[in-house]
Design a protein around this ligand. Structure first.
Ligand code: IPM
Ligand code: MG
Length: 359
């Protein structure tokens, strides 16, 4: 039976980058069946809601979800409860995708695309494990209210239950076991009680994982260490909001936010999407970098379908295309060849076909 993939291109550059990822999956044959649906602003325009119940149901019945990006200035004035971003949060929550893996790896041909010095970023290979269905993104109470004196008050709640911390910590220790066996848990335990609990629970779960090193770091220090000495990190385990921020920072180490894929796991159905947004300023111009989405498709093959060999082949194809000097504008530097979004997809397909014919 073909693997059922729900494709949600979304808004802005979403449709262009997802198109390239699907192109790259094509040489792998008819192992997949794709169904497409609207999400985010596109769904608001068509149906008045960021994601329809039917689409959530469809997602639950799929084997994996491949997503582009959501949001844009057109929908920024809407109420929070119906903004495009709600679609993402609803999907994550409904699918129980509590563990978000965001690998940041420096591809050696891109070293000069990073704003940081070569010696700082050479060999970076870290993984942000971000808690994705709890914390301040979901905590209640929330909202903006008018007080009796006429002033307004905005409120969000940072809340973590011990079991939420336990399961994300387990995921981090398990993936660390397949890497360099080092976990840095990032919190703000000097100020926030909820993350004091986070630290306590992570420390307790760690006792079950012999041979894995654990250290704790405050988030402000981590933001600094990522720039100062990123090579010290293997797995960064952190909360929903800290992970959102630190993964964008980690992305820039690798040259461009257009390079970072992600996998959101935990429930039966995983979500695979680039970490970047919908980039409305370049949408529809065929200038976007599709590599993060292509690499997300590779993560889908690995984590949803256990197709390790094929996932590696796609990752290798991306590396080869970069070695051959092809660059979208975001990673362009002098002496390399600038290509469009669709051409980048074509180049990856070309390299992938060569690799598949060799193995
Ligand atoms: C991300 C994005 C989302 C998030 C937004 C679009 C809701 O920034 O996946 O990092 O904050 O989780
Ligand atoms: Mg983000």
């Amino acid at each position: 039976m073909a693997c059922k993939v729900l494709v949600l291109p979304g808004d802005g550059i979403g449709p262009e980058i997802v198109r390239e990822a699907l192109k790259v999956l094509r040489p792998l044959g008819d192992r997949f069946s794709f169904e497409e649906a609207l999400v985010g602003g596109a769904s608001i325009d068509a149906y008045g809601v960021p994601i329809k119940e039917e689409v959530l149901d469809l997602a639950k019945k799929s084997d994996a979800v491949l997503l582009g990006a959501v949001g844009g200035p057109k929908w920024e004035d809407l109420d929070y409860s119906v903004r495009p971003e709600r679609a993402l949060l609803a999907l994550r929550k409904e699918l129980g995708a509590f563990g978000n893996l965001r690998p940041a790896k420096v591809f050696s041909p891109l070293i000069d695309a990073s704003p940081l010095k070569r010696e700082v970023i050479e060999g970076i290979d870290l993984l942000v494990v971000r808690e994705l269905t709890g914390g301040i993104y979901f905590g209640e109470p929330r909202g903006v209210e008018r007080l009796p004196d006429g002033r307004e008050r905005g409120l969000n709640t940072l809340v973590y239950h011990d079991h939420e911390v336990e399961r994300i910590a387990r995921l981090a220790f398990e993936v660390a076991g397949k890497r360099r066996r080092k976990v840095t848990s990032v919190d703000k335990a000097n100020v926030l009680e909820s993350t004091e609990l986070w630290r306590k629970v992570v420390t307790r779960v760690h006792r079950e994982y012999e041979g894995i090193e654990l250290n704790h770091m405050y988030v402000d220090n981590c933001a600094m260490q990522l720039i100062r000495e990123p090579g010290q990190f293997d797995v960064i385990l952190t909360t929903n909001m800290f992970g959102d921020i630190l993964s964008d920072e980690a992305a820039m180490l690798t040259g461009s936010i257009g390079m970072l894929p992600s996998a959101s796991l935990g429930g039966g159905v995983g979500i695979f999407e680039p970490i970047h947004g919908s980039a409305p300023d370049i949408a529809g111009k065929n200038r976007a970098n599709p590599l993060a989405t292509i690499l997300s498709a590779a993560m889908m093959l690995r984590y949803a379908f256990s197709m390790d060999r094929e996932a590696l082949a796609i990752e290798r194809a991306v590396e080869e295309v970069l070695e051959r000097g092809y660059r979208t504008p975001d990673i362009y530097s002098e002496g390399t060849k600038m290509v469009s979004c669709s051409e980048m997809g074509d180049r990856v397909v070309e390299a992938l076909e060569e690799i598949l014919s060799r193995i």
